[in-house]
Design a protein around this ligand. Sequence first.
Ligand code: GLU
Length: 282
Amino acid sequence: MSALVTRFAPSPNGFLHLGHAFSALTAWDAARAADGRFLLRLEDIDGGRARTELEAAIFEDLAWLGVAWEAPVRRQSEHFGEYALALARLDDAGLLYPCFCTRREIEEALRAPHGPTGGAYPGTCRRLDPPTRAAAVASGRPFARRLDLALALSRTGPLAFEESARRVVVDPTRLHAEIGDVVLARKDVPASYHLAVVHDDALQGVTVVIRGEDLAFATPLHRVLQALLDLPTPSYRHHRLLTDASGKRFAKRDGAATLRALRAAGVTPAEVRARVELARSG
Ligand code: GLU
């Protein structure tokens, strides 16, 4: 067995569709080709949306596709204590600040005529003076925790990672514009996708992250978090997304593209694989 370890990390908040099959098979094929390991992780920190009964469906659909994963499957919702430790470490280093803004306030700030043009958080709560901040915390108002990205980058210095065998240098300007002071712990959930994914990929010894290109924008941020938390950096392969006949990517709402609907309609795993391979080569 080689040292390659990869994973498929769906969120159990809908049935797997053809887009998931593409990701899962791409990671599975890479593991098999390298005689490596393939892990399955359930990214279910979103308790409101993640549904336990969908887990069984995920296992069933993946097994039907011919994918085999190692046990035990990691469920992120069982590890909030670990994410809290990672968060505390960033907090102790002075890299987090509480954010009391509502989604609406953020949207309005971003629409302001002289406000920032990008989609990143405008930094409102970063600029709160210490007494105001302390009073807001003491009042019991719910808050999220955001990373002070500029401070974080000043600590890490220049960073790079490997994407599909190419070295990519993290571009701070782009990171500020595209992600900015990201939420690492939400108001309703004491973690976030970014924190949990970086923590877990390191903990599980993942050496190659294989996932859709819709998540490529997050990789520079993940690299920053790895540096701040002293975690190893895997290499990355972001694959293109499978699209339907009209060029639209598959989404949860496309019931007809779920693996169970296809199975019920008599489609075979071999046909799903053929479609994936055609998309890969096209
Ligand atoms: N859980 C994420 C999703 O469902 C994938 C995370 C990842 O592969 O990094 O899209």
